[in-house]
Design a protein around this ligand. Structure first.
Ligand SMILES: C[S@@+](CC[C@H](N)C(=O)[O-])C[C@H]1O[C@@H](n2cnc3c(N)ncnc32)[C@H](O)[C@@H]1O
Length: 239
């Protein structure tokens, strides 16, 4: 997984905009606004990649609060750190190398734990959610943004054609334009990672089983992506 993302780290942001025709930014904006970020919070961005969500949250916090971005890929983290040096909100974001399945954080360290477009990549989804719940403080929230399965039947075929054929092809073209040889083939990985990934109701059930309460989700763009959320119960409350 680390090699896959090291290979696409440099053109990652540009490729997201190309393969989603810019809609990606709208999904990110909706997600960040839905988080309920307040000044003074300590927020964890799991599998932060090049850090766009981390920076967006840091901007919402104003001068108080801290965001920690965790990722496995040194290539993605290098891009994130370069951006942090250039952006004013960068001083409130700290990037840490580590595995989402065994996070280097204590129990209950964060008010809010979020993750964008990463769940599909985890070898053990339940273990990743369990870790997110562990590092969230009682009463805090876990929120995720991820590709899902279109609920609109008219979108299902175009969705499949797009992610299973067009995106890998765009990846190959981009490899010839910007990449090192073999560097972009990870865009074929996107289709593979979608195949075994549960739909939104099943993902919500994993969150409940792993201990979150008041779990809910909302589809965006006809179900192409979904935002999920849940609360870690206060001590004594049941999930
Ligand atoms: C599609 S990118 C998403 C990046 C970012 N969250 C965003 O919204 O653009 C997925 C990220 O997950 C990271 N990743 C995959 N498996 C991981 C793991 N087990 N632990 C930590 N990061 C992981 C990859 O290195 C990559 O940066």
């Amino acid at each position: 997984m680390r090699d896959v993302f090291d290979a696409i780290a440099r053109p990652y942001d540009r490729m997201n905009l190309i393969i989603t025709a810019g809609v990606f930014r709208r999904w990110e904006r909706f997600f960040v606004q839905s988080l309920g970020v307040r000044p003074g919070m300590r927020v964890l961005d799991v599998a932060c990649g090049t850090g766009e969500l981390s920076f967006a949250v840091a901007r919402l916090m104003g001068d108080r609060g801290e965001v920690v971005g965790l990722d496995l890929s040194q290539g993605m983290l290098a891009v994130a750190r370069e951006k942090a040096d250039r952006r004013p909100e960068g001083r409130r974001v700290q990037f840490v190398e580590g595995n989402a399945l065994h996070m280097p954080f204590a129990d209950g360290e964060f008010d809010l734990v979020m993750s964008g477009f990463a769940l599909r990549n985890f070898a053990d989804l339940a273990q990743a959610i369990r870790e997110m719940v562990r590092v969230t403080r009682p009463g805090g929230r876990v929120t995720t943004l991820e590709l899902s399965q279109p609920v609109n039947p008219f979108l299902a075929l175009p969705y499949e054609f797009y992610f299973f054929h067009v995106v890998p092809w765009v990846g190959r073209v981009a490899e010839r334009t910007w990449g090192k040889p073999g560097g972009m083939t990870p865009y074929a990985w996107l289709a593979t990672s979608l195949k075994g990934f549960p739909g939104a109701p099943a993902l919500a059930e994993v969150m409940r089983v792993e201990g979150l309460a008041n779990v809910g989700f909302r589809y965006l763009t006809g179900g192409i992506v979904a935002v999920h959320w849940g609360e870690k119960p206060l001590a004594g409350d049941k999930a």
